[in-house]
Design a protein around this ligand. Structure first.
Ligand code: ADP
Ligand code: ZN
Length: 642
């Protein structure tokens, strides 16, 4: 079958998305490839279609390297639903199952084998691959989540390093690496580590036009989050990221107490509990997962409607990857983040105290600063994010494909965003914040820190410094005689919120240092001088309350909710849609798979709208391939006809 036949008949899709076609035809003919595509862009088909085509052409088995067991299970389940011979080899198999599978593998009676990197590099597995290779039945390697090989990525997994064995041992076997993370540094590292120098690079646009970015300053973070969910996402599935396990537990409890269906997830929970919570999130509607970043990689649930960060992530790569889990189905979704001075202090301290070398720390600080600049900025979030990944945002013109291909290579040079470009789907575009000049406040703060240090010989924390600048006679001020300083009260006109903002930015840009070993005291740095001299301007966004923070109205109209069908359905169609969803739920439970693996909401909505009478009528609806038509066609017609 040709690749477009496979797309249509096996997967039920009419058209390739963006660069998929180019990638597929390059790989089918045995080319190596590095595929950089945002989450939800459709990476899986890029290796699944070549795997099927190459198997049909007699090249044998494709080995897919994937870091997570849960991901393998659902991906293989989805392939079975589409009638593709795929299996996974991991620790969940019994000894008997594993050896049966090994026999099948040796017979090359399999299109795709999913396995974890640590499994692939065992002598036993390599011996199996050797045997296939010797007979020309080792078709291809697909390395998913390839950024795991890089220490610059946000998810370094040492096991990925051992994958060098693939190109050393099986030099002629085509390899493709796929990832949704790719700043220039990580990309270069992937190329080097996996020896993909000669591979063709396919770099998609990283824009996710359906995600609305919002970044707010924390005041009462938990309440802000609660209002955001209640106001904009009642009944929706979402993920809330927190830094610590304790906080995950606390927030999950608070959300439950407020009547939301929330579950905690972190590495400290019992493995079984973790698994149950993940399964429920995937399989039930409208669950809010409160989690550390231990949760999420490989979660390909398409209808996650929001991702919220209650603590600031380490860098933009992590932020973008995590927020990218929202709205994979292309429907409207929100990415919400709260940040504050404490986040900056914590993240800085974590870097400072880590055992890593100085060079590494320097890179990490730079990455943190970039995220802070995003948070503090008044420019379009999307333009800013895309610029970080080396992409210039082109405002959506009518008919512009959602996933255009950016020219590969050389795009690192274009880091400057087109000035004033706007996406009209982020907080700064929809609600432009005022910007104020904080240079004067910054100088007053810095000179106070200098004088206090001179007068007392020790450093103090942010609270005390702000009290002096604002001229507040606290016990501590009196105790140290700081009301006698010439800078006492020089910044009385500034609010505490303003000064906090200035301090945050000074810390972010390295013009102030926080000493985590000494009660988070503030110290001047080399960069302080330029600010003190007025050579560097400090510009800040004014705190604005976004509409999400307003109190939800009682009897909220359904229009603000997004958990309805993806298409606007009339009442009768809505009834059919609901009936189809109930039927799908039963099938999914029987097959022990998430509902979306059976059919996406969008497919069910299209069926509900079209009211098909015959199997022929079902053909051509996006998401219904030959196998699904055969397996579920009659049932679907029955449910629709009820
Ligand atoms: P990624 O791995 O890049 O995050 P996936 O491969 O999981 O993305 O694809 C995201 C969703 O888009 C999946 O539900 C997939 O079925 C769907 N999809 C991928 N390619 C197409 C296509 N050409 N037409 C329609 N839907 C597609
Ligand atoms: Zn914008």
């Amino acid at each position: 079958m040709s690749s477009s036949q496979i797309l249509r008949e096996v997967f039920g899709y009419e058209q390739f998305r963006g660069p998929q076609e180019a990638i597929v035809s390059h790989v089918i003919t045995g080319g190596d490839a590095l595929v950089l595509m945002p989450t939800g862009g459709g990476k899986s088909l890029c290796y699944q279609i070549p795997a099927i085509a190459r198997q049909q052409a007699g090249h044998g088995v494709t080995v897919v390297i994937s870091p997570l067991i849960a991901l393998m299970h659902d991906q293989v389940g989805a392939l079975h639903e589409a009638g593709v011979e795929a299996e996974f080899l991991n620790s969940t198999l019994t000894g008997e199952q594993a050896s049966a599978l090994e026999k099948r593998l040796l017979r090359a009676d399999l299109t795709m084998l999913y396995a974890a990197p640590e499994r692939i590099t065992t002598p036993r597995f390599l011996a199996l691959l050797d045997s296939l290779h010797a007979r020309g039945l080792l078709s291809m390697f697909a390395i998913d989540e390839a950024h795991c090989v890089s220490q610059w990525g946000h998810d370094f997994r040492p096991e990925y390093r051992a994958l060098t064995v693939l190109h050393e041992r099986y030099a002629g076997v085509p390899r493709m690496a796929l990832t949704a993370t790719a700043d220039a540094l990580t990309r270069a590292d992937i190329v080097e580590r996996l020896q993909l120098e000669d591979a063709q690079q396919f770099v998609s646009s990283f824009d996710r036009p359906n995600i609305r970015y919002k970044i707010v300053e924390k005041k009462d973070a938990t309440q802000q989050l609660l209002r955001f969910i209640q106001h904009e996402h009642e009944g929706d599935a979402g993920i809330v990221y927190c830094q610590s396990r304790r906080k995950v537990e606390d927030i999950a409890q608070t959300l439950c107490a407020a009547g939301l269906n929330a579950l905690p997830y972190h590495a400290g929970l019992d493995a079984l509990v973790r698994q149950t919570h993940q399964d429920r999130f995937l399989r039930e509607d409208g669950i809010v997962m409160v989690a550390t970043i231990a949760f999420g990689m490989g979660i390909d649930k398409p209808d996650v409607r929001f991702v919220a960060h209650l603590d600031m992530p380490k860098n933009i790569e992590g932020y973008y990857q995590e927020t990218g889990r929202a709205g994979r189905d292309g429907g409207p979704a929100n990415a919400w983040m709260g940040y504050g001075l404490q986040d900056v202090v914590n993240q800085r301290r974590m870097i400072d105290e880590s055992p890593a070398g100085d060079d590494f720390k320097q890179v990490m600080r730079g990455k943190l600063d970039a995220l802070l600049t995003l948070a503090e900025g008044a420019d379009c979030r999307r333009v800013h994010l895309l610029a970080y990944f080396g992409e210039t945002y082109a405002a959506a013109a009518p008919g512009r494909p959602k996933h255009g291909t950016a020219p590969s290579g050389g795009s690192e040079d274009t880091l400057v965003p087109s000035v004033g470009a706007m996406c009209n789907n982020c907080d700064n575009c929809l609600n432009p914040p005022n910007v104020w000049d904080g240079t004067d406040a910054a100088r007053k703060l810095l000179s106070t820190i200098y004088r206090v240090q001179q007068a007392s010989g020790i450093s103090f924390g942010a609270g005390h410094i702000m009290d002096i600048v604002r001229g507040k006679t606290t016990d501590k001020v009196t105790q140290f005689g700081h009301e006698g300083l010439t800078t006492f009260g020089i910044g009385a006109a500034f609010s505490e919120v303003q000064l906090r903002g200035v301090l945050r930015q000074l810390i972010a840009t390295g013009a102030l240092n926080v000493d985590g070993q000494a009660f988070n005291t503030l110290q001047l740095t080399e960069q302080s001088r330029a600010v003190l001299k007025g050579e560097v301007a400090v510009r800040l966004r004014e705190s604005v309350s976004t509409p999400a923070e307003r109190k939800p109205k009682r009897g909220n109209s359904t229009s603000s909710k997004s958990n309805a069908a993806p298409l606007a359905l009339d009442d009768a169609a809505q009834l059919r849609f609901t009936a189809l969803k109930a039927w799908r739920g039963e099938v999914a439970r029987e097959h022990n798979l998430p509902a979306y693996v059976i059919f996406h909401d969008a497919t069910l909505a299209a069926i509900a709208e079209r009211v098909p009478q015959t199997l022929d009528d079902l053909q051509g609806i996006s998401g219904i391939g030959a196998k699904k038509l055969e397996a579920y066609g009659e049932e679907v017609l029955r449910v629709v006809g009820l």
